[in-house]
Design a protein around this ligand. Sequence first.
Ligand code: NDP
Length: 288
Amino acid sequence: MARLPEAAALTLSGRTLITGIFGDPVEHSLSPTMHNAAYAALGVDRVYVPFHVLPEGLAYAIRAIPALGILGVNVTVPHKEHAAGLMPRLSAEAKLLGAVNCIVNRSSSLYGDNTDARGLELALRELKVAVGGRDTRGVIIIGAGGSAAAAVLASKRLGARRIVIANRTRGRALGLARRFAKPTIEVRALDALLDRELLGGAALVINATSAGLGSGRFPQLDYRSTAADCVFYDLLYARAPSAFLKPALELGRTAADGALMLLNQGVLAFKLFNRLAALFKSLGRNAG
Ligand code: NDP
């Protein structure tokens, strides 16, 4: 489960440049620890700050980014989709996902990008998840928010032939499914998680809900019907196994929390915010 070192003590100066994260809640986020550890390791005068931004304050907070000279911010629950609609420009990936997890400030001009799908894809590849190729089993994605869209794209890039979205709000899941061409994405209600046939045919089950982040209990799921090699991946990361992962671990299934995705999407975001090649040049080092 997620274990990151405590950040080294930071020293701020009159020249410190700011990056950060907008979320509600935001206090659970490990991104500040991760990014500040990277700044400390590089010895650069930059800081990454958590900003608790309420939904009604998101537009104001975004407008403040160029005004305050902030280099860039991550966007987390529940703002990713709303933020996409507030951006003057979007990357192709953010447009496809309909969600933004990075707002990048380039000379006071903002654009929205999304590193979640790449981050998740890299995490699933590291876990050697077998979807695609000769494996015709499916992927079940629980949730239909911004990060569920990333889970759909990552599953497609891994070559999944069957993708099922199970969500509480059907309309939202249909909207997400419509955004993607082949394979056709099936939309089901949460009670599909008790469908033995569906669970038995899954190679991967991804939790992309915010249940566990103060938005209610995780729905019931028929873990026993899954194959012995079915992998459970929770986008949520926590110090202890989540309500989604615990039963899977008890059955001996491979199960992992979102720490690896967090790390991978964070590395990509760090590069975007800090223009790594230019930063390394200024430090007299190679970007590698
Ligand atoms: P959103 O707010 O956009 O979407 C949340 C989804 O969760 C919705 O589909 C919602 O259903 C569903 N949901 C919420 N509560 C419940 C519940 N009690 N039972 C069933 N479904 C529920 O959130 P995001 O997509 O941005 O984030 C989702 C999760 O992914 C968060 O835990 C976040 O921390 C994590 N995440 C982790 C990352 C990482 O790097 N590891 C990166 C990105 C996200 P409905 O549509 O009905 O409201």
